[in-house]
Design a protein around this ligand. Structure first.
Ligand SMILES: *Cc1c(COP(=O)(O)O)cnc(C)c1O
Length: 396
């Protein structure tokens, strides 16, 4: 096995320098435990970035994926096959949505969502009604269009010209949002909790107001559930917490348990917008990944699973809230953000790594996105590392 130093040198020479990585080469994982190139073990409270919803090497997921890879790994969207339709049926059966189109990532899901919103408006109203309102501090992806959709100035650089047609409303300000709606707008896209923006939940009242403004002006109500979806918040889709009904929902991260897949779910008229030739992707709906996705949905919708996510999340948030090194805790289910009194999230993440815990940050917030199947023992072990670091931060 190569050592960390050797692996770093290999990266330095042959991989683009577009990430600053942590000081560990993770080579193996099982459940919520990972191992590095030096044989050290870690509890994983990041699950990639909220991706490995069932943890690493989940036995049923592994069996489904390896079996399907041996039966038919890929055939393209030019033919019918079984796993993508099985997964679509599961997604529709367990949500209020009607139909599915597959993609390969979160950004691609939002691209497809934007195309569906714009084309539906074009078909019904003709050209000119193309603007989509997103929120400040949102994150919708890294393609040129989804960077445009992202309401953070730091993402609107270098890659000019960006796609036109996005307006950024301040989160939780119904009046400001209403003021931006005119006859050039076709949709509003929100995250119920702004994950990359710093784990910032929207107010329930604001989410409900977005729904009613969309209904009033015949706009697409779009929810980017790339991070909040697939059980992460204790509901299969996070909008269910608020009793609202979006027209278009984007998914990715947790859906494939580590293999790349995205999906857009639609309802009503929005399910009838795309026709042959309008949109597609070579890899989308890949049978191998969809076979694994079926295990993800079946596992998370098994009795008691979503409830446990809520319970565990509440338990962890209560413990964090009670700690003197923590200023504020936000989140829902196992999507948790915490602002630190010392505002030194980078250092805390690094100390956790040294002591055997993989944990994330989002802007200044410490961020927990553990696998949704993390056992009580794994939670206890990870939290004991985290609290040893936080105790030190608080001078305890
Ligand atoms: C991660 C994320 C994306 C982008 O997903 P990629 O798979 O990296 O393209 C989009 N929206 C939200 C809310 C995300 O958290």
């Amino acid at each position: 096995m190569n050592s960390l130093q050797t692996i770093k040198k290999q990266y330095d020479e042959s991989i683009m320098h577009n990430f600053s990585r942590m000081e560990a080469a993770i080579v193996r994982g099982s459940g919520s435990t990972c191992y590095d190139s030096e044989g050290k073990s870690y509890i994983d409270f990041g699950a990639g970035i909220g991706v490995c919803s069932l943890g690493h090497a989940h036995p049923e997921w592994l069996k489904a994926v390896t079996e399907q890879a041996g039966i038919l790994s890929h055939i393209s969207n030019l033919y019918y096959t079984l796993p993508p339709v099985e997964l679509a049926e599961l997604l529709c059966a367990h949500t209020s949505m009607d139909r599915v189109i597959y993609t390969n990532s979160g950004a691609e899901s939002n691209e497809a969502a934007i195309k569906i919103a714009r084309k539906r408006s074009f078909d019904k109203y003709g050209p000119g009604r193309h603007n989509i309102i997103t929120l400040r501090d949102s994150f919708h992806g890294r393609t040129i269009t989804t960077l445009s959709a992202t309401g953070q100035e730091e993402f609107h650089n270098y890659f000019f010209p960006f796609t036109e047609g996005f307006r950024y409303a301040p989160a939780n300000d119904v009046e400001a949002l209403e003021g931006m709606i005119d006859d050039t707008v076709c949709g509003v896209m929100i995250e119920t909790i702004q994950g990359e923006g710093g784990v910032k939940p929207l107010d329930a009242g604001f989410i409900m107001a977005v729904e009613s403004l969309c209904a009033e002006h015949d706009l697409a109500f779009m929810v980017d559930e790339v991070q909040t979806g697939i059980g992460r918040t204790g509901k299969l889709l996070s909008f269910e917490h608020f009793g609202v009904q979006p027209d278009i929902v984007s998914l990715a991260k947790g859906l494939g348990n580590g293999l790349p897949i995205g999906a857009v779910l639609t309802r009503g008229e929005y399910s009838e917008v795309l026709h042959p030739g309008d949109h597609g992707s070579t890899f989308a709906g890949n049978p191998t990944i969809c076979a694994g996705g079926c295990v993800v949905i079946r596992t998370l919708t098994a009795p008691g699973t979503l409830e446990r996510i809520t319970e565990k999340g509440n338990e962890i948030m209560a413990k964090l809230r009670a700690h003197p090194a923590i200023r504020e805790v936000r989140g829902l289910g196992l999507m948790i953000g915490a602002d630190l009194v010392k505002n030194n999230v980078g250092e805390v993440v690094k100390k956790c790594l040294e002591r055997g815990l993989l944990i994330l940050s989002a802007h200044a917030a410490l961020r927990l996105l553990p696998p949704l199947t993390t056992t009580d023992a794994e939670f206890d072990q990870g939290l004991s590392v985290l609290f040893s670091v936080l105790d030190e931060e608080a001078g305890l």
